[in-house]
Design a binder for this molecule. Structure first.
Ligand code: NAG
Ligand code: NAG
Ligand code: NAG
Ligand code: NAG
Ligand code: NAG
Length: 511
């Protein structure tokens, strides 16, 4: 009973993802009602149907990334020659996900083109399982295993016929297609080189045994991008758990910049859940565009950093590259295989090229008076050899406590080069809560404010992309309060100022 409920809910959510509802207000009540019943009908209908699933293998041409001009037919070696399959080249199999329209989505030709752009002599094969994928989600999800089997047979056949090393085969699966790729990899006689899972589907796969979803066992190297792991109604469209050797969660794997989920939520409030479609699709599909970006913008590849949690990452605590703690997002990822999943995080821009520059700021707020309740608005401007990034807001993950070092993550969209100077500003937040009003009034009355006696002498910065560590000291030591914008310049202080004195240092001082 519970499983069905869950399936209904995920069906509604996923349905919302691609449905084009022209007149929301008119169609909403009927479509919701209809969709709650449809999965049941569809489920029983399809039980009776023949078990012949058909995956087709279209070798696309760089000149026609959108057209299926030549199919490779397993068992027919002639078709390899006809389609000019190059058995010494890399071979990509792109596996699409669930679809309502029964057609390829618009990202498909973009991904095909991007692969050819990077690997001119490659074989880019689009696996067409639209027939099964256009069923209701629950049914399509059940078909992933059978489709994976067929792809495994295709891979075995290619290997036998052409003697191609399977290290050259790279399966790229989106959404349900990621699990199809997993089944293909695990059923092929020998292991393929790589599987890339682009936001693998969550419903029906989350929490399942490794044999029933994409897992690190399915290829020599499995890398995964998670872009929509926050579900509506407690369900996640993209799988939340790590399922590869390296799992990257851009922007925490939940809200992707530029997808306007907020706008969508407002629409939902007005028009119901069907209005969520575009935003959901935007977040889910972002995984594909991040991968395309990595193919096209090799010189501007984005970095991801290993971290225990997204919260720690958001505090800037995980920008180290030591011992392969950081990696490249997308196609050029280094194939790091650890005994356990490696979870990595990165921030992105809202459009291509998606890369940003990550910085950790460590700031010690000192004061003679104890305070642990400050929520100022902190603004930083960075000035570097190639440009500047001004008025960036520091995200407060907790209240500011005096005589404590706080760590922040800051990102810039453009490359400002080597940092030379920064400006820092502390402002009282002008929230309208009663307590903040009271605070403001009392500070006017006493002629001081919370911040009046808080000082910052140094700001330590670690740049993720260059791995540089720098210390910035206050330019004007007499500017003791934070009420104005303060300028900090690079200084030679050691990065770790709170390190215990070493005997060596004591000796130096004695001489
Ligand atoms: C369907 O599967 C059964 C066994 O599971 C098999 O005997 C039969 O040949 C299959 N039918 C088709 C059309 O492949
Ligand atoms: C096949 O690919 C290899 C490199 O992978 C390339 O050197 C060769 O020219 C290609 N052959 C054809 C016929 O394109
Ligand atoms: C914070 O540290 C400074 C210098 O170590 C000290 O003078 C000051 O009293 C401390 N403030 C509090 C509230 O403990
Ligand atoms: C600040 O608080 C700490 C612990 O809460 C306390 O030990 C210290 O004496 C306080 N300092 C001042 C100056 O009030
Ligand atoms: C700031 O310090 C001055 C003395 O240096 C003191 O008179 C004032 O009360 C302090 N302000 C706050 C808000 O504690």
């Amino acid at each position: 009973m519970r499983a069905w409920k869950v399936r209904f809910l995920c069906f509604v959510v996923l349905n919302a993802a691609v449905q084009n509802v022209t007149s929301l207000e008119e169609e909403l009540p009927d479509s919701i009602f209809g969709n709650f019943l449809d999965p049941v009908k569809a489920f029983f209908d399809h039980k009776a149907e023949s078990n012949a699933t058909v995956a087709k293998f279209s070798l696309r041409k760089p000149s026609h990334p959108d057209d299926d001009l030549c199919y490779i037919i397993p068992g027919k070696p002639d078709s390899l020659a006809t389609c000019t399959f190059n058995s010494t080249s890399k071979t990509f199999l792109i596996i699409h996900g669930w679809t309502l329209s029964g057609m390829f989505e618009s990202w498909m030709p973009k991904l095909v083109s991007a692969l050819y752009e990077r690997e001119q002599t490659a074989n880019v094969i689009v696996v067409d399982w639209l027939n099964s994928a256009q069923n209701h989600y629950v049914v399509a999800a059940q078909k992933t295993k059978a489709v994976g089997h067929e792809i495994a047979q295709f891979i075995d056949w290619i290997e036998e016929t052409t003697n191609m090393p399977l290290e050259n085969i790279h399966l790229i699966g989106y959404s349900l297609g990621a699990h199809v790729a997993g089944f293909a990899g695990s059923h092929a006689t020998n292991k393929v080189g790589r599987i890339t899972g682009l936001d693998p589907a969550g419903p029906d796969f989350e929490g399942k045994h490794a044999h029933r979803r994409l897992s690190p066992d399915d290829a020599h190297f499995v890398d995964v991008l998670h872009t929509f792991t926050r579900g509506s109604l407690g369900l996640s469209i993209g799988i939340q758990q790590p399922v590869g050797h390296v799992d990257i969660y851009p922007n925490g794997g939940s809200f992707q910049p530029g997808c306007n989920l907020r706008g969508a939520l407002e629409k939902i409030a007005n028009f119901g859940i069907f209005a969520v479609s575009d935003a959901v699709k935007c977040e889910h599909e972002r995984s594909v565009h991040l991968f395309i970006d990595s193919l096209l913008n090799e010189q501007e590849s984005a970095k991801a950093y290993r971290c225990g949690s997204n919260d720690m990452f958001d505090r800037g605590m995980c920008l180290s590259c030591r011992k392969s703690r950081c990696n490249t997002v997308g196609y050029d990822i280094s194939k790091v295989r650890k005994p356990r999943n490696v979870q990595m995080y990165t921030k992105t821009r809202s459009s291509m090229p998606f890369r940003v520059y990550h910085y950790q700021l460590k700031i010690h707020f000192s004061s003679k008076v104890n305070s642990s309740n400050m929520e100022p608005s902190l603004t930083v401007s960075l000035y570097g050899t190639k440009g500047e990034a001004e008025n960036l807001q520091l995200k407060l993950k907790e209240k500011i406590v005096t005589n404590k070092t706080h760590s922040f993550l800051l990102v810039t969209e453009k490359d400002i080069g080597d940092l030379l100077m920064l400006k820092f500003k502390w402002e009282e937040t002008n929230g309208w809560s009663a307590s903040s009003m009271l605070k403001m009034v009392s500070s006017w009355w006493s002629g001081s404010s919370d911040s009046a006696n808080v000082t910052v002498h140094k700001i330590r910065i670690r740049a993720g992309e260059t791995q540089q560590k720098m210390v910035f000291c206050i330019k004007d030591p007499d500017a003791q309060t934070l009420t104005q914008e303060l300028t900090f310049v690079k200084c030679k202080d050691p990065w770790r100022t709170n390190r215990k004195r070493t005997p060596r240092r004591v000796t130096l001082e004695n001489h």
